[in-house]
Design a protein around this ligand. Structure first.
Ligand SMILES: Cc1ncc(COP(=O)(O)O)c(C=O)c1O
Length: 407
């Protein structure tokens, strides 16, 4: 039996059915390119769903993981480790005075933000008030654990798992009045993504984020920012909310932080960091030496290769070319996003187009609401960005011909 058939049959027999069955076996990656087991080369504009921030197998990342693996891989939070201390310092320097909690994934970062809101509510709790509500947004996505799902008002995520946690009223994204209308004495926090990724690449307006900051300050509640997908340079800022010139009270990060190695982090401003006391939270693997070494290599590479400016510089003309495609192809309704977190709003499900793109060597991801997501790594070359436009143009033309009404 050929190797590829064997792997497919092992998947078929032993893999849980929670994901759509993948149809590619990837065996190698370098920068923005990956290769399958038949030797086909692809431009990877999925980046492991916004995770391979500095491309596949960046030499800095490979070397840092290798060096650390030879020293110590894991020891738990029973002990100090040098890489965790350095990473915490590096993140505080990039964000604002505060403290860090490390975990392994985005949904754990969301859980930590939600636990912070509970500790905050508990402290605030007074006569008759139960300040445990967290206002979330339409189209939000915060993860797949019970807290994450409860904060994710999407029937396809929630329906099979009810009852969920209570107290997550839903306001309209980009409409601060709808958030204001839901705040009462039982509210602990607002949880928001500065750019909704899974929900379909919806970008928060600057004024909206500023209004939320003011609302939270005026009402004595927390502003919690989920930067799991939008963070670590993906938009050309280290964190996407920076363009609004605000500082949240806590921020969740993951995905791109480890460049493909699983690590999550939650920054909490000094004003609220002491709400967590010994025993109140934890994670066996969280912040282990290997994960922190990977994240430090990512931060160092962002700095050394000037990747934030690079993303801004290269994404602007690329976006223009995408808008140009929109003018020529009816299937595209709108182009949304910032930097290398981009969505093509289609007027149909992107499934068939994604297949055509894959056949032509461009890997993409879908998002809610008929959106095709493009997530190149921050290190992508200009040539690959140009190639992505040519491939999209050809695939959109083929798709248009195949689906045109017969005369
Ligand atoms: C904004 C946001 N929050 C949380 C998560 C959950 O992250 P993970 O899949 O690492 O648990 C995601 C994942 O897509 C996300 O985009």
């Amino acid at each position: 039996m050929r190797l590829e058939n064997k792997i497919e049959s092992l998947y078929h027999r032993y893999w849980l059915n929670n994901y759509a069955a993948p149809n590619l076996t990837l065996i190698k990656g370098e920068g923005e390119k990956v290769w399958d087991d038949r030797g086909n080369e692809y431009l990877d504009f999925t980046s492991g769903v916004a995770t391979n921030s500095i491309g596949h197998c960046h030499p800095n990342l490979v070397a840092a993981i290798g060096r650390q693996a030879e020293k110590i891989i894991h020891a738990s939070n029973l002990f100090r480790n040098e890489t965790q201390a350095k990473l915490a310092e590096a993140l505080v320097e990039r964000i604002a005075p505060g403290r860090l909690f490390f975990c392994n994934s985005g949904t754990e970062a969301s859980e930590t933000l939600l636990k912070l809101s509970r500790l905050f509510g508990l402290k605030k709790k007074g006569a008759g008030a139960n300040p445990f509500k967290v206002i979330v947004s339409s189209n939000a996505f915060h993860g797949r654990t019970f807290g994450g799902m409860s904060a994710t008002p999407q029937p396809k995520i929630q329906n099979s798992f009810k009852p969920l946690l209570p107290n997550f009223p839903v306001a309209q994204f980009n409409d601060s009045d709808s958030f204001a209308a839901l705040i009462d004495r039982d509210t602990a926090a607002i949880l928001i993504e500065p750019i909704q990724g899974e929900g379909g690449i919806h970008v928060a307006k600057k004024e909206f984020l500023r209004d939320l900051r003011t609302l939270c300050t005026d009402n004595g509640i927390l502003l919690l920012m989920d930067e799991v997908q939008s963070g670590t340079g993906r938009t050309g800022a280290f964190l996407a909310h920076e363009f609004a010139g605000i500082t949240p009270d806590a921020i969740g990060m993951a995905k791109g932080l480890g460049g493909g190695f699983p690590i999550g982090a939650v920054w909490i401003s000094d004003a609220y960091a002491d709400l967590f006391t010994p025993g109140s939270h934890g994670s066996t693997f969280g912040g282990n030496p290997l994960g922190c070494a990977a994240a430090l290599a990512v931060l160092q590479t962002i700095e050394e290769e000037n990747l934030l400016s690079r993303v801004k510089k290269l994404s602007a003309p690329w976006m223009e070319q995408l808008v140009d495609l929109q003018k020529r192809h009816e299937l595209i309704v709108e182009i949304r996003g910032r930097g290398f977190l981009v969505g093509l709003q289609l007027n149909e499900d992107p499934g068939e187009l994604r297949k055509l793109l894959q056949q032509a060597g461009l890997l993409t991801v879908a998002a809610s609401g008929n959106v095709l997501r493009l997530l190149p790594p921050l290190t992508v070359s200009e040539a690959s960005l140009r190639q992505s436009i040519l491939t999209l143009d050809t695939a959109l033309t083929t798709y248009g011909k195949a689906t045109a009404p017969k005369p």
